[in-house]
Design a protein around this ligand. Structure first.
Ligand SMILES: [Zn+2]
Length: 252
């Protein structure tokens, strides 16, 4: 069966018998592994379309077990990302996160759109790569249905509209109220509770609710970025087993 789809190449790897495989986030089919012979020659158009960071249009042949790449054409290649270490690190992190967070063959067309916008924004970024990365993490959590609870106490369900959260409980998966926080601290469940203020919660809500195009010129201050990243990393490790990304030491 032959099918075509737009896709973003997340990474390449070699199988034990020396075949080159692409891990592609395709718009139509979700994350898939695709066998390819199009890596030699360097400069030909199909070979370029098989490189990581490329957003392309691909024709695939579905055999009994796996996909083969018949042909590929570059739509956007985000050349500017490779010119700058901060951009490269942030974009690498976003691709690796996408690879880790997606299930095989589970289409996520809205997240696909966010990733193309994110890569475009990182390519044109001016010192706000970390902010864009955090925004993308929030979009990835939201679209895959794993967004932290920000409106109610994640432990007792109390409506927290207008109330100051007492903390962010990683174990409970979101903000918690004062009563629940006190109980948890007493019973030694406090180790995964982070102090949060309105800024942190409002930024998370803003990234969740606004389109990615709004974030292109935003730059959070370093202290806020670090706090947000600490909470999100702990949350993703606990709930999604997404941790120890190869690219994260470069970014955060
Ligand atoms: Zn509560």
């Amino acid at each position: 069966m032959i099918t075509d789809t737009e896709g973003i190449i997340l990474r390449q790897f070699k199988t034990v018998n020396g075949r080159t495989m692409l891990v592609m986030f395709s718009r139509k089919l979700g994350k898939i592994s695709v066998a390819t012979n199009m890596t030699g020659g360097g400069k030909n158009r199909s070979a370029l379309s098989a490189k990581p960071f490329t957003y392309g249009k691909y024709e695939l042949y579905k055999g009994r077990e796996l996909y083969d790449l018949n042909s590929g054409r570059v739509i956007e290649s985000y050349y500017g990302i490779g010119d700058d270490l901060d951009r490269f690190s942030a974009a690498s992190y976003c691709l690796e996160l996408t690879d880790r967070i997606l299930m095989e063959e589970d289409p996520q067309p809205r997240l696909f759109g966010e990733l193309t916008e994110c890569l475009r924004a990182i390519e044109n970024s001016r010192g706000n790569e970390k902010t864009l990365t955090i925004a993308y993490i929030v979009k990835a959590l939201d679209h895959t249905g794993t967004m932290p609870e920000l409106d109610h106490c994640a432990s007792c369900g109390k409506d927290m509209t207008g109330l100051r959260p007492a903390g962010f409980s990683v174990g409970d998966g979101g903000i918690i109220c004062g009563n629940c926080c006190d109980d948890k601290v007493k019973t030694n469940e406090g180790s995964l509770i982070y102090t949060v203020n309105f800024d942190i919660i409002n930024i998370l809500k803003y990234f969740k609710n606004e389109p990615f195009s709004r974030f292109e010129k935003i730059r959070l201050d370093d202290r806020l970025s670090e706090e947000l990243m600490k909470i999100l990393k702990s949350y993703m490790a606990y709930h999604l087993d997404v941790k120890d990304l190869k690219s994260e030491f470069m970014t955060f």
